[in-house]
Design a protein around this ligand. Sequence first.
Ligand code: PLP
Length: 356
Amino acid sequence: MSRPIVATINRAALRQNLAVARQAAGGSRLWSVVKANAYGHGIERVWQSLAETDGFALLNLEEAILLREQGWKKPILLLEGFFHAEDLTLLDQYRLTTSIHSNWQIQALAKATLSAPLDIYLKMNSGMNRLGFQPDQVHNAWQKLRSLENVGEMTLMAHFAEAETAEGIAGPMRRIEQAAEGLNCARSLANSAATLWHPQTHHNWVRPGIILYGASPSGKWQDIASSGLQPVMTLTTEVIGTQQLTTGSAVGYGSRYRASGEQRIGVVACGYADGYPRHAPTGTPIMVDGIMTHTVGAISMDMITVDLTPCPQAGIGSRVEMWGNNVKIDDVAAASGTVGYELMCALAPRVPVIVE
Ligand SMILES: *Cc1c(COP(=O)(O)O)cnc(C)c1O
């Protein structure tokens, strides 16, 4: 028999989350963001459950081509555009919409020989200082692109560094408005947080990612608890051993945990080599045999140790949920000093995945 760990992908939750995003987006069209192999869920596994979307956004050409080969005919947006001028041949062949964030890309587009114009997203830097044209360069870049035969539909794109709060989006929105003045352009600005919480950012196309997978863009589950969003990935395994501790007994590497009295613990078949965060401290929530408990001691490569005090009936073979419907991935991430995004993306290839 194989190791009991498994990640289960819930198709119904994907469909439900897309419906929630759609509802929040009002009349705006919707890019479903499936970058990073659909946030670790597997593009091949999830895209059909999201097929009601208006387009898929990602950044790997390979992932875009896979979607086309699997039969997706509607738009695909490359969030970081093309990485080399030669890639334009493939963008042309597979009809991909591309972000344009730098002058070299405009020049490459001007020189390319294409079978038909490509739709483009002009990426502006609204204050995050990652990719994109400065607000005062937007007009010029827009006009240059507009004059190219190789350019079809054009949309202005920006991204928020802090979309959780109204204050976080106020400055960027001002810069976007200034940059767009007189352009009469279609816009795509909103990530998940802005889609849920800031309707004034919606414009023509929204770009939610994390909420499609049922985690919170703020990192706090409470912020989406009443939204109807449902966790898509459930990571489960089993207890494979137990230990009876007495006062002062140490647990795991570095003896990071010591029992303060009689205590029964369980040894769980999951570790950081499966994608569980090694930084999860003692006290990180985990469910054993249907009861909420917590981890004790250091996370090992292949094992986690957990307190069995709240579940004396549990033993070898008891089901354990690391995250999913009961243990929110946001809570495991928060305890470990990270975000649900990272935990999803870090699901290790060795973990078998079931789609249901
Ligand atoms: C990742 C990404 C998104 C989606 O962000 P979420 O916070 O997951 O909703 C949207 N736009 C761009 C440009 C991105 O890189």
